[in-house]
Ligand binder design. Structure first.
Ligand code: GDD
Ligand code: MG
Length: 355
C-alpha cells in the first residue's frame, strides 16, 4: 500500500461548451447552472471536501472568468480551490495534463478527476481506499467509477474481468459490448498525468484510457450503484435539481430536503403553488395563482399570475406571462413567453426572444 501523508487532490474538468444545454449555456458554463438551488459545482466541491480532498483544481475554458466570483478560494468548504485556464480547449486529457503544475509532484499521490457535470452519490472515500489496495506487485495506475445504464451508447463503455481489471475502453459506440459505463470519476496515480502529451488536444476517453489498457497498465473499475446522473441536457438538469431538492440525490451542498427550495430573496405570492421539487433562485418572482412544479426558476425570472410551469427551466431574467402553460421546456435568459400561450412540450426558447 502506498504510504501517503498528503490528502488527495482533485481536478474538475469544466471547460466544455455544454451545447446540449443551449440556450441555458449561451451566457454561462453548464457547471454553474442552478441545480437544487445552488450552482452545480457546489455539489461536487462539497463532496470532494467531505471525502478528505483538500485542494481542488478547476480546469476551465468556456466562460472561464465566471467561476471564481461564484466559487471563491474554497475556504467555504475548508479547502483550497485553484483555477487553471485553457485559452483553447485541450480536450479532457489535455485539460488534466494542463493542470499538472498546480498539483503536488509526489509521483505516487492519488488525484481524483471529476467530469464537472456528474451528480453522484457514490462513496468516493471507498473508491480512494480501493485505489490504494495492493493487487500483487502492481500498483493501480487509474481507477474508474463504473455504473450500469440501460442504454450505453452515449457513454464510455468499459468491460472488466472478474477481478475488476479494465479490459477495454470504447467511447460512445453504436454497439456497446456491455452496459457498464464510465461514470466520469477517476483516480489517477499522479505520475500517470505526466505521461499525457502536452500542447495538443487529448481525449482521456479516446486516447489515454485505451492507451494505458493497451500498454498493460493496471486500470481498475470501481463499481458502485448509487445515485448517478450526467447533467448534460435540460431534462437531466430538471431531474437532477428535483432529486436534490427532494433529497433523492445525496449532496452535502444543501440542508433539509423538501418539496421546494426557495431562495429567501425570491418573492412567491401567497396564492401561488411551488412544489414537486422546484428550485427558485434569488430575485425570482412568482405571482398569485401561478403553479410551479418540478421546475428550476433562475435568478430574476418572473412567473405571471395563473401561469403553469411544469418540469421546465426558466432562465435568468426570463418572463412567463400570466396564464401561459410551459411544460418540459427550456426558456433562455431574458426571453418572454406571451401571456396565455401554451408551449409545445420540449420547446426551447432562445435568449432574449419572445414566443
Ligand atoms: N477543461 C476542459 N477542456 N474540459 C472539457 C473539455 C476541454 O476541452 N472538453 C470537455 N470537458 C469537460 C466538460 O465540461 C465535462 O465536465 C466533462 O469534460 C465531460 O464532457 P461531456 O461533454 O459532458 O462528455 P459526455 O457527457 O458526452 O461523456 C463523458 O461523460 C460520460 C459520463 O457522464 C465521457 O467521459 C464518457 O465516457 C462518460 O461515460
Ligand atoms: Mg457529460
Amino acid at each position: 500500500m502506498t504510504d501517503r501523508s498528503q490528502a488527495p487532490e482533485a481536478v474538475i474538468v469544466a471547460g466544455g461548451f455544454g451545447s446540449r444545454l443551449l440556450p441555458l449555456t449561451a451566457r454561462r458554463p453548464k457547471h454553474l447552472l442552478d441545480v437544487g438551488g445552488v450552482p452545480f459545482l457546489e455539489h461536487q466541491i462539497s463532496r470532494l471536501a467531505e471525502a478528505g480532498v483538500r485542494h481542488v483544481v478547476l480546469a476551465t475554458s468556456y466562460h472561464a472568468d465566471q467561476f471564481e466570483p461564484v466559487l471563491g478560494d474554497g475556504s467555504r468548504w475548508g479547502i483550497r480551490l485553484s483555477y487553471v485556464l485553457e485559452e483553447v480547449p485541450l480536450g479532457t486529457g489535455g485539460a488534466i495534463r494542463n493542470v499538472a503544475d498546480a498539483l503536488d509532484p509526489d509521483p505516487d499521490g492519488a488525484v481524483v478527476i471529476l467530469n464537472g457535470d456528474v451528480l453522484s452519490g457514490h462513496d468516493l472515500a471507498a473508491q480512494l481506499k480501493d485505489f490504494d489496495t495492493p493487487r500483487g506487485e502492481e500498483s493501480v495506475a487509474v481507477s474508474l467509477h463504473l455504473v450500469e445504464v440501460a442504454d450505453a451508447r452515449a457513454f464510455g463503455c468499459v468491460p472488466t474481468d472478474e477481478n475488476g481489471r479494465v479490459l477495454d475502453f470504447v467511447e460512445k459506440s453504436d454497439n456497446p459490448v456491455t452496459n457498464q459505463v464510465n461514470a466520469g470519476c477517476y483516480i489517477f496515480r499522479r505520475s500517470v498525468i505526466d505521461t499525457i502529451p502536452t500542447g495538443r488536444e487529448v481525449s482521456v476517453e479516446r486516447e489515454t484510457f485505451p492507451g494505458l489498457v493497451g500498454e498493460g497498465r493496471l486500470v481498475v473499475g470501481y463499481v458502485e450503484t448509487a445515485y448517478w446522473r450526467d447533467v448534460g441536457t435540460p431534462q437531466a438538469l430538471v431531474d437532477a435539481s428535483r432529486d436534490v431538492v427532494r433529497g433523492i440525490a445525496p449532496t452535502p451542498a444543501i440542508g433539509a430536503a423538501g418539496e421546494a427550495r426557495i431562495d429567501p430573496a425570491a418573492r412567491v405570492a401567497a396564492a401561488a403553488s411551488v412544489a414537486g421539487g422546484s428550485g427558485v433562485m434569488a430575485g425570482a418572482r412568482i405571482d398569485d395563482g401561478a403553479v410551479v412544479s418540478g421546475s428550476v426558476i433562475m435568478t430574476g425570472a418572473r412567473i405571471g399570475a395563473g401561469a403553469q410551469v411544469t418540469d421546465s427551466v426558466v432562465g435568468p431574467g426570463a418572463v412567463v406571462g400570466s396564464d401561459a402553460v410551459v411544460e418540459g421546456s427550456t426558456i433562455g435568459d431574458d426571453a418572454r413567453v406571451t401571456a396565455g400561450v401554451r408551449l409545445e412540450p420540449g420547446t426551447r426558447v432562445d435568449c432574449a426572444t419572445t414566443v
